[in-house]
Design a protein around this ligand. Sequence first.
Ligand SMILES: *[C@@H]1O[C@H](CO)[C@@H](O)[C@H](O)[C@H]1NC(C)=O
Ligand SMILES: *[C@@H]1O[C@H](CO)[C@@H](O)[C@H](O)[C@H]1NC(C)=O
Ligand SMILES: *[C@@H]1O[C@H](CO)[C@@H](O)[C@H](O)[C@H]1NC(C)=O
Ligand SMILES: *[C@@H]1O[C@H](CO)[C@@H](O)[C@H](O)[C@H]1NC(C)=O
Ligand SMILES: *[C@@H]1O[C@H](CO)[C@@H](O)[C@H](O)[C@H]1NC(C)=O
Ligand SMILES: *[C@@H]1O[C@H](CO)[C@@H](O)[C@H](O)[C@H]1NC(C)=O
Ligand SMILES: *[C@@H]1O[C@H](CO)[C@@H](O)[C@H](O)[C@H]1NC(C)=O
Ligand SMILES: *[C@@H]1O[C@H](CO)[C@@H](O)[C@H](O)[C@H]1NC(C)=O
Ligand SMILES: *[C@@H]1O[C@H](CO)[C@@H](O)[C@H](O)[C@H]1NC(C)=O
Ligand SMILES: *[C@@H]1O[C@H](CO)[C@@H](O)[C@H](O)[C@H]1NC(C)=O
Ligand SMILES: *[C@@H]1O[C@H](CO)[C@@H](O)[C@H](O)[C@H]1NC(C)=O
Length: 661
Amino acid sequence: MESLIRSFILVAVLLRPVYANITVYGITGQQVLDGQTATNTAAAANYTGSAAYNPTVLNAPQIPTGDQAPATQFTIQLQNGGTSGLSITQQGSFLGFSIEMSVANQVLGKNSTFIQVPFLNLMANLAQRGGAVNIRVGGNTQDFAVLVDSLPDGKILQKDINGASNPTNTPPLQFTEDLLVMMRKISEFVNVRWYLGIPFNDTNWRLGIVERGEAILGDYLLGMQAANEPDLYADHLHRNKTYGPNDYLGEVQSLVSAMKSDSNIQNPNCLIAPNLATGDWTPEMVWDTGFVDALDSSLAYLSVEHYPTDNCAAQFGSGTLRDPQTEFPNYLNHTSGQSIVQPYLNSTAFAQSKGKKFLMMETNTASCGGFAGLSDSFGAALWALDYSMQMAYGNFSGALLHVGGQNVFYNPFTPPPTNQSTFHQWTIGPVYYSTLIVAEALGTSNQSQILDLSANNNNIYTPAYAVYEKGNPVRVALFNYITDPSGASDYTASIAIGGGQTGTSNATPGQVKVKYLLAPSVSEKSNITWAGQTFGDHFASDGRPTGTESIQTITCDTSANTCSIKVPAPGFALVFLTDDALSESGDGDQTTMTFPTTAYTKLQNTATVDPQVLATSNGDRGGQLGSTSKGSANGGMRVTMRLAGTLPWMILMTVLGWCFW
Ligand SMILES: *[C@@H]1O[C@H](CO)[C@@H](O)[C@H](O)[C@H]1NC(C)=O
Ligand SMILES: *[C@@H]1O[C@H](CO)[C@@H](O)[C@H](O)[C@H]1NC(C)=O
Ligand SMILES: *[C@@H]1O[C@H](CO)[C@@H](O)[C@H](O)[C@H]1NC(C)=O
Ligand SMILES: *[C@@H]1O[C@H](CO)[C@@H](O)[C@H](O)[C@H]1NC(C)=O
Ligand SMILES: *[C@@H]1O[C@H](CO)[C@@H](O)[C@H](O)[C@H]1NC(C)=O
Ligand SMILES: *[C@@H]1O[C@H](CO)[C@@H](O)[C@H](O)[C@H]1NC(C)=O
Ligand SMILES: *[C@@H]1O[C@H](CO)[C@@H](O)[C@H](O)[C@H]1NC(C)=O
Ligand SMILES: *[C@@H]1O[C@H](CO)[C@@H](O)[C@H](O)[C@H]1NC(C)=O
Ligand SMILES: *[C@@H]1O[C@H](CO)[C@@H](O)[C@H](O)[C@H]1NC(C)=O
Ligand SMILES: *[C@@H]1O[C@H](CO)[C@@H](O)[C@H](O)[C@H]1NC(C)=O
Ligand SMILES: *[C@@H]1O[C@H](CO)[C@@H](O)[C@H](O)[C@H]1NC(C)=O
């Protein structure tokens, strides 16, 4: 089979940061088409392909009636200055990604000379809006990872299947330093900062990842996780049955002394803990051991990892079987995010009292891969957006959406299966749009503070948030979770600021700008637009949004002093109250470059490259191709890409066989 496969891979090499330039060399070889392409016409019931392309479409929940039905006209009164209950200040990088370590070589690149261009584009979109992107490379597989000098065929990652000796059969993951070099190169292209994890499968500390991680990533390394969900270690048979929070504290203390006595480690005070799943332990059980005071300066962040529910029964035959259609309404209201965040509010307050930031290191719709038709729906995009804003309001300092392999439903982005990379592009999941919008809502000022407005009499289907900078509201986020094609459930929010006359310092502006996240239904999977732009259906994206960006200008009513914003059912609107609020969210930013890739085609036995796409780099908003001179004028980066011929087929590192909480 391998001999049949011809792959074209983009080679992205950082030369030096001069100006945008794309060089394309010739291509040779032929592709083999695969019949596995998922289409919406495929019978979902009989679909046997990868979860990432599952065609299941659920039914949107019924339109709420009676007391549950929201008013379709309501006022949001805001004030400049003097508003209480605001969150701590937040950064535009609040919502990032947690990439399962075993799939890093599919998502990030094959090695430090083969970086995935769509991945760079996806990150560039976010960095432009929020200033930076925070990514964790880790997960269950980090606990068994072993840094090795080299692997066969220049691989940077491999599962040592024969070495699976532990009771849950998690195969040890072997990786080379080149994984870290690849991450460093990515950071030099786009402002991506990283979290890593220290293997915890036993306490014979393997500190190679700390030694090499800090040496290679430098300031791009934000911290190192000390354990991954230690509250599940006893259940997963990685520790004995009596293993508790005090044992965990003892282990982290042992780790700290090992790190302090390792002369190859410059900064031992980089730990992220306790990363509880909040399964068998509460965070308070850990705090109450004196954990934070005992470890104090060694702790860079406090953290948890949590999913609201699981789909382990369907995936692995263990636990309660849950029906996606029945679960769907549980994600489509404001209570959902609130109820996930509520159990952590005591801990975010505790973290503040100790001068620490509190992170959600891994989350998504449901563990064990999410739910078909739910995790990959427009409803999930609204949910992830509301849940993230709720975390920001609840004084988390960041959250990471988990990215698995081909076998999960919830990915924000999925590269094509390795052997289809010649003729398929990436699949962008609905929750990726949520990351774009969180980045824009919080922007690049580092001053943003969030308030849940309890809007519309606290109706659960029409939540709203305001974002403040230096005490003044700058952006308003408006949700409508209802699906009602008749238009009867669309609502109009009238935003008023202060009570003063238009033009005075505490008054409604004369006009505002609005961007919409839209789809025809919460169950929609591909026809999703953010400000008129989309990443399309399965296998359709090179990581840049397509279509013309559309930003609405709403003229406010100067006699009533209100700005009336319509929000369709379903839909979401981000209202920019000032022009600065828009420019701080990356609008009009010409400095971020995106990276064109080949235009793949599905034509039999040919791969054609659209020379225009390849010849034009741009420093403009993705999707609007500019000229190379823009990158030049703005001191962008010089990128050389080469299409290489035949490559050996790399082992598919899909995560199989165990539940990755
Ligand atoms: C791009 O690179 C090519 C080949 O190195 C060079 O001839 C060309 O002048 C460069 N263009 C710009 C705008 O730098
Ligand atoms: C790609 O790999 C999958 C999974 O191993 C296999 O089912 C499929 O036939 C392969 N396709 C091609 C074109 O080799
Ligand atoms: C699934 O396959 C079975 C057997 O081939 C067929 O009878 C059934 O109609 C298919 N279901 C759908 C929804 O296409
Ligand atoms: C990267 O991978 C390619 C193909 O697998 C290989 O040819 C190349 O030598 C590798 N580069 C490094 C630096 O290992
Ligand atoms: C922990 O993982 C390493 C590397 O995979 C392995 O050598 C070691 O035996 C494991 N320890 C236990 C207790 O399973
Ligand atoms: C269980 O583990 C704890 C610490 O991890 C250790 O102190 C204790 O001796 C172990 N108990 C048994 C029965 O192995
Ligand atoms: C909050 O956390 C602290 C520290 O663990 C604990 O002492 C306190 O009892 C907790 N409060 C509540 C209401 O859970
Ligand atoms: C709203 O979501 C919550 C939390 O997921 C769920 O328990 C509740 O049933 C949902 N309400 C409705 C009316 O669907
Ligand atoms: C977040 O922290 C701020 C500042 O300490 C506090 O005033 C606010 O009540 C907290 N918010 C929540 C929801 O706990
Ligand atoms: C925001 O914080 C980041 C990281 O801490 C920093 O790099 C950036 O310069 C800050 N931006 C502003 C506008 O202060
Ligand atoms: C896509 O969704 C929009 C609403 O968001 C709708 O107006 C449009 O008709 C849909 N297009 C297709 C092809 O379904």
